[in-house]
Design a protein around this ligand. Structure first.
Ligand code: GLU
Length: 509
């Protein structure tokens, strides 16, 4: 049999910002497509007008682009199966729902919401089974199966609202294979007669999704586990249309669990535990409420992508750091697990730290320069690069570098009291007075000369290295912290070093 060309799609509904679970689905689709030299389609599933949110589609575009997840076909860019926005494909669904009606796999239903609720209440109160519109209950309802064809026609012509439902066969085994979960079997009697076409004339997710996957020649449907219960209906729809041979393979990705306790990771978990659940910051167009994003929190897109890649996929080795190209090479759906993946915000930070370490100091300096300029300081690029190389291992994010380096820009005006109490000894002022002369004489004022001069000073005057070095550090930094002291001194320059020591000697005590 000829192998099908790999064509996958990411099919979000623009109902709000894309949750990290959605980004992971997009990522796995992208990796799979790239690995198999296939196509990656972005399809916007916007047929539910009641859930449409302004700005959500452009948010999806921006998020994927930020992550480096690029599609080859989609809205705006077009492609051989355009349009890629379902709201622009209504005429297509009209045609296919007629096919189902003609073949007797779908029927009109005229029940009002009140009538449906009454049916559900009755079944529940009398304990008659599942309160759903199905092979049993449809017989009691107002639809084209219980009405005569003349009655049905009359109702349709009178403009009475109706939906079109799938006619699910009774007691049939529906078989399908899921790449992640293996062979699955569902009895059709457990399914309900899902609405395929709503009263507003637009298709539901199920109809539009299956028709589009077929027409767009999708070879693999890779999506979240929350869609697994819909898969048997989709399999039946392929059968109804006579498209079994073109049916895509399914892979349902495991859920992403909250960091603690049970259940799916939700927006509230992020708020509660202080981490973003969205790739980019999102401002709700209705309430104006904003939710934080990974980008704005200082994550590198590569680190974010790496974090998501590991949520459910296992490379089968100890390796954890993967570039996008490595992911494309290594990724396989067979190594995606069934069990939910627990989200660990600390691990996400750890990934960012690893990527920060991987970047050269020059690159980090470029990013950090923006923060320095924002604070109205100026510094030469090469000097900042040198500072970065001293401190980058101490932080997870570029913005955290300010806390580690602020003393390079602003001299300490006060000194940590606790540190002074513990580490500023009686002899400290005297030793520092003496060392001032030594510092004035060092030429050039660089790390090796400073090192040599301080060592000689310690020997000649028989002073404690600890007292001298900590004293100097307190003068220069304001506290007993910071990177290598000789490096600090070289970067600050002789004049600044001397000024700071003199100021500290006047101020402390
Ligand atoms: N529109 C669905 C969603 O919002 C797509 C599900 C699927 O991929 O079939 O996730």
């Amino acid at each position: 049999m000829q192998k099908r060309k790999v064509r996958v799609r990411f099919a979000p509904s623009p109902t709000g910002p894309l949750h990290i679970g959605g980004v992971r689905t997009a990522l796995y689709n992208y990796l799979f497509a790239r690995k198999h030299n296939g196509d990656f389609v972005l399809r916007i599933e916007d047929t539910d007008l009641t859930r449409y949110v302004q700005g959500a589609e452009s948010y999806i575009n921006d998020s994927l682009k930020w992550c480096g997840i690029m599609w080859n076909e989609g809205p705006f860019m077009g492609g051989p199966y355009a349009p890629y926005r379902q709201s622009e494909r209504k005429y297509i669904y009209d045609k296919y729902i007629s096919v189902l009606l003609e073949k007797g796999h779908a029927y009109y239903a005229f029940d009002t919401p009140e009538e449906i609720n009454a049916m559900r209440d009755k079944i529940e109160s009398e304990n008659l089974g599942n309160p759903q519109y199905d092979a049993v209950t449809r017989k009691l309802m107002c639809n084209s199966l219980t009405l005569s064809s003349t009655e049905t026609k009359k109702k349709l012509e009178s403009g009475q609202p109706y939906v079109i439902r799938a006619l699910i066969p009774e007691n049939k085994e529906v078989h399908f294979t899921d790449i992640v979960r293996g062979k699955l079997k569902v009895n059709s009697s457990t399914l309900d007669d899902k609405v395929l076409m709503k009263a507003d004339g637009l298709p539901t997710y199920h109809l539009a999704n299956v028709v589009d996957d077929y027409l767009m020649k999708i070879s693999h449907v890779i999506r979240g586990e929350e869609w697994l219960p819909s898969a048997p209906l989709h399999v039946l729809l392929y059968k109804f249309f006579g498209w079994e041979k073109q049916m895509p393979e399914f892979a349902h990705l495991p859920l992403i669990f909250k960091p603690d306790g049970k259940g799916k990771l939700s927006k509230r978990d992020g708020e509660r535990l202080g981490f973003p659940v969205y790739p980019l910051m999102w401002k709700d167009p209705e309430t104006g409420e904003t939710s934080s994003g990974y980008r704005e929190s200082g994550y590198f897109p590569e680190a974010f992508v790496n974090t998501l890649a590991m949520l459910g996929w296992n490379p089968g080795t100890e390796q954890e750091i993967f570039s996008m190209n490595e992911l494309i090479k290594e990724f396989s759906l067979e190594n995606v697990g069934k069990a939910g993946a627990r989200f660990n915000p600390d691990k996400a930070k750890w990934f960012n730290h690893q990527y920060l370490l991987e970047k050269n100091s020059e690159e980090i300096a470029k990013d950090f320069m923006i923060i320095v300029r924002d604070k109205k300081y100026s510094i030469k690029q090469d000097k900042l690069t040198r500072i970065m190389s001293l401190v980058k291992h101490r932080v997870n994010f570029v913005h955290e570098l300010w806390d580690q380096t602020s003393f390079f820009f602003e001299p300490p005006l006060s000194f940590n009291e606790k540190t002074i109490k513990k580490k500023w000894k009686d002899q400290t002022p005297e030793i520092l007075e003496k060392v001032l002369q030594v510092l004035s004489d060092i030429t050039p004022f660089n790390v090796s000369n400073i090192d040599k001069a301080l060592n000689e000073f310690i020997e000649q005057h028989n002073v404690s290295t600890g007292i001298l070095m900590t004293g100097l550090r307190i003068c220069l930094v304001g506290d007993a912290k910071g990177p290598d002291l000789k490096e600090i001194m070289t970067i600050l320059g002789r004049e600044e070093v001397i000024n700071r020591i003199e100021f500290a000697l006047k101020t402390i005590n």
